[in-house]
Ligand binder design. Structure first.
Ligand SMILES: Nc1ncnc2c1ncn2[C@@H]1O[C@H](COP(=O)(O)OP(=O)(O)OP(=O)(O)O)[C@@H](O)[C@H]1O
Length: 510
């Protein structure tokens, strides 16, 4: 099919000219094959094309990329896309190139010849590129900023899209210090509209993102966080005879379908994968402890359906564009509701019925509480603000505990966390608490009797004597020290993004 691009306007009217809905629909249809804009896509596209800043909150799989990809095709010039992960940029650029759209990314993982070609195109009289993907670390380099400024003065920089914009806020669950550099964009490149996109941000983070990026009277588009196609369920490890058999049965019950099982530690990944294989499930472990070759072969096998289940640390998933993940299972507790929402949200991006399973165990809860409270104590000794952020981590974690230990609608709990007031009827019995309320109440009662659910501190103190635990988590503390590694190194070296994620999430303990 012949691609439809808006005819190139004369440079003088480039800024004023904007396309009508019909033109934009044509671009959508002919380049991506879709007949309708989804959710608030059209509003976002229309806003940025008219030069307005826009803050766009859309759930995972909601179609955020289209909000900057369509404007890139609707106007001559370049759309700059800031992305947190190289894998994410690679995937998107590859998919766009397959559609015949001129897109590139810049990172030190590329051969210098490829990078030079991109720079040549950018400096040419009429760049052919439409979308350029970069990391926030690159934006901070003076060389790249001066190239951007040149593009800007030539009137060729049409839009700056900031993906995963919640990473800019230290209140968010994925704070990435290098995202702070993006605050300078508005000063350096005034008049270029900024589009901030995220799937997960509580109201406080939303405000922080908009202020940090100095958005000017932005159009704020918020879609509901509800993922109606995901069924939410908590399973109680302490009440199961054999958690591995239970997990295997759960995964088998969905047929031979694509799934992700998240674990806290690398050794747990290996262990769970071993048991699932023994129970006849085609799966493999994936974590930063494996060499690059093995990791990419596991990833490819999973992407091509040669294996059905990948058992991974939380670093796995961001940037992996598989829409038909039917089950996302947390074998250990996530560290916060935001993290849980984002990770479980990797299920059902094709909008088909999918499942979020969370295996809740008192030992897991105590272990995480120990890690977080110990982090709090250590940080409190070094600085008050770090101590505050650790206190917040503990509060975030407690909300996750409430999700697991509560008997009310799980969906309502998630949506209320994000500030949405919804009736329980919205769930339509698509969580265990709404579908089997008596059973869930019975399980919680049993759990309370067996473990003393309310006696949190007491259980935790008796489970983890201080000195042994200190030793156990030594690597965890050492990793914290490694945070001082140059951010550019982190962004541009293979596998380190995995590490950064591990570090940010304060979760990977080996
Ligand atoms: N208007 C549309 N009609 C149909 N499908 C669409 C439309 N827009 C996007 N999609 C499809 O929806 C899927 C999710 O889109 P996209 O990857 O942009 O979502 P996202 O919001 O960035 O998700 P995530 O937060 O997971 O990165 C993709 O397969 C995309 O092709």
């Amino acid at each position: 099919m012949k691609k439809f691009l808006i005819p190139i306007p004369k440079e003088s009217d480039n800024k004023k000219k904007s396309c009508g809905k019909e033109d934009l629909m044509k671009i959508l249809k002919q380049n991506f094959g879709f007949s309708e804009f989804r959710g608030k896509q059209f509003e976002a596209i229309e806003a940025v094309l008219s030069g307005k800043d826009c803050f766009c909150l859309m759930p995972t799989g909601g179609g955020k990329s289209m909000c900057y990809q369509i404007p890139a095709l609707a106007k001559q010039g370049i759309v700059l896309v800031v992305c947190p992960l190289i894998a994410l940029m690679e995937n998107q650029v590859m998919a766009l190139k397959e559609k015949g759209i001129a897109a590139e990314f810049l990172s030190s993982t590329q051969k210098s010849r490829v990078r030079e070609k991109v720079h040549e195109d950018l400096s040419s009289g009429k760049p052919s590129l439409r979308l350029l993907y970069v990391t926030p670390e690159l934006i901070a380099t003076p060389g790249f900023m001066s190239k951007l400024t040149k593009l800007y003065t030539r009137g060729l920089l049409n839009l700056i899209a900031i993906d995963e914009a919640h990473c800019i806020s230290s209140w968010g669950h994925d704070f990435r210090p290098s995202y702070r550099n993006l605050s300078s964009l508005r000063n350096r490149l005034p008049d270029v509209p900024i589009l901030a996109l995220t799937a997960t941000a509580v109201p406080k983070v939303q405000k922080d993102v908009m202020e940090s990026l100095c958005l000017q009277h932005p159009l704020i588009l918020r879609s509901s966080f509800n993922r109606p196609n995901i069924y939410y369920e908590v399973r109680f490890k302490d009440l199961l005879d054999d958690v591995y058999t239970d997990l295997s049965n759960q995964l088998k019950s969905g047929g031979d379908t694509c799934s992700i099982v998240y674990c806290l530690e690398r050794t747990t990944c290996d262990n769970v994968s071993f048991h699932l294989k023994k129970n006849g499930i085609s799966c493999a472990a994936y974590h930063a402890g494996l060499n690059n070759k093995l990791r990419s072969s596991v990833l490819n096998d999973w992407l091509c359906s040669r294996i059905q289940v990948v058992v991974a640390t939380v670093a796995f998933g961001m940037g992996i564009d598989r829409k038909d993940v039917r089950t996302v299972c947390h074998f250990n507790m996530p560290k916060s509701m935001e993290a849980f929402y984002q990770e479980s949200g990797r299920a059902g991006r094709d909008q088909l019925p999918s499942k979020s399973l969370l295996y809740y165990g008192i030992d897991d809860r105590n272990k995480m509480a120990f890690i977080l409270s110990n982090a709090g104590n250590k940080k409190l000794q070094s600085s008050v603000s770090q101590g505050d952020s650790s206190k917040k981590s503990l509060e975030d974690f407690n909300q996750m505990v409430e999700y697991c230990e509560g008997s009310c609608c799980r969906r309502k709990k998630i949506l209320e966390f994000f500030g949405e007031k919804v009736p329980t009827s919205l769930c339509r019995k698509s969580c265990d608490a709404c579908k089997h309320p008596n059973l869930v109440a019975k399980y919680l009662e049993e759990l309370k009797c067996e473990n003393g659910v309310q006696g949190r501190n007491r259980i935790f103190m008796s489970s983890y004597p201080d000195t042994a635990a200190e030793d156990h988590f030594t690597e965890f503390w050492n990793r914290d020290d490694e945070a001082s590694v140059s951010e550019e190194d982190i962004s541009d070296s293979d596998g380190t993004s995995d590490f950064t994620q591990d570090l940010i999430l304060l979760c990977t303990v080996d």
